[in-house]
Design a protein around this ligand. Sequence first.
Ligand SMILES: N[C@@H](CCC(=O)N[C@@H](CS)C(=O)NCC(=O)O)C(=O)O
Length: 219
Amino acid sequence: MQLELISTKRCPFVQRSIITLQHKGIEHRMTFVDLDDPPDWFRQISPFGKVPVLRVDDDTVIFESAVINEYLDDITPGQLHPADPLQRALNRSWIEFGGGCLSLTFQLMVAPDRESYDGIVAELEANLARIEAALGDGPYFNGDKFALIDAAYAPLFIRLDTFADLFGLAIAANLPKIQAWQQTLLALPEVQTARVPELPDLFRQLVTSRNAYAQALLR
Ligand SMILES: N[C@@H](CCC(=O)N[C@@H](CS)C(=O)NCC(=O)O)C(=O)O
């Protein structure tokens, strides 16, 4: 079976799949597209025009990061979703919630003025407080075993950690479980692989090209 992940280096949803591919040691090919000027073949195969998409054996395309990750998990040994149906459903619920948080991190970078930027920070903080309340004793979301939900949230922590350096954003300072989870995930080799070194520059470019409020915060 041949797997090809259609990607961009900046996308946190792509990072979710890279982390799963790396964690499970799955052989794959990466193809990068420019979302500002996507090639025709990409428009044809990506139903929402979004990355990631996973091309399987050159002919079947799977889209949506959470679905791609479940598929990658299904075709390889060692399940990364809880076996219990209720726990699995709960994990899926919070994975969906995490996708909303990732969208907020994009909105934060492109927010046109201080008022909208501050509003997005407040929304992110409220979301993180909700997640804090759902977390157990760690080190991972479900306890001592890495799961798909950890792969789904690690890109959020990559972004928040990068925003701390770039914009001086201090978020989740009073959320100890979130902080501990973030530290655990950012230290994993598969997460470090997904966190490409050019990420801060890619964020700088985005903020500058959009003439966003965050430009004034750049360090
Ligand atoms: N729900 C999707 C979200 C994917 C997504 O929003 N990808 C962004 C890049 S990070 C994208 O491709 N945007 C292009 C567009 O919206 O035109 C998933 O989980 O895969």
